[in-house]
Design a protein around this ligand. Structure first.
Ligand code: FES
Length: 145
């Protein structure tokens, strides 16, 4: 198999990856590893996608009901080490890791964190970069998201 061609032309790259020119503000990762899946992470992922689609915020192809000018990317990811306390949801660029997220929590994370920059502290357990000390029980104004 031939090595893929390395593309140097930035305009060509932008045309091939429309996300580059979208006004992306957040990337939400939902863990769909084995343990998080056993705790209904697929429902959490579906709740993010459904709610953000409804609000016109989910980046993606129009043909899939998403918005090519959407400001939020949602992807699933593999295990991040919250296996016993999942489902894990990570919000970047804020670096906030949520634990034990249920589909019923999704609207609150969107309204509070993604829309208003207020971390949902009752679910937030880690802020990256971290100093190796669990960051629990933080008040909303201490999260700097
Ligand atoms: S399976 Fe989700 S954190 Fe491990």
């Amino acid at each position: 198999m031939a090595a893929p061609e390395f593309i140097e032309n930035v305009e060509q790259l932008r045309a091939l990856a429309p996300v580059v020119t979208a006004p992306i503000r957040h990337h939400v990762f939902v863990c769909t590893g084995k343990s998080c899946s056993a705790r209904d992470s697929a429902e959490v992922l579906a709740a993010f996608e459904g709610e953000l689609k409804q609000r016109g915020l989910l980046f993606g192809r129009e043909a899939k009901g998403k918005n090519p000018r959407g400001s939020i990317v949602v992807t699933e990811c593999a295990s991040v080490g919250f296996c016993s306390i999942g489902p894990a949801v990570m919000v970047y660029p804020d670096g906030v890791w949520y634990a034990q997220v249920r589909s019923s929590d999704v609207a609150e994370i969107i309204d509070e964190h993604l829309m208003n920059g207020r971390v949902v502290s009752r679910l937030a357990l880690l802020k990256v970069p971290a100093e190796g000390v669990a960051q629990t029980s933080k008040a909303n104004n201490e999260w700097e998201a």
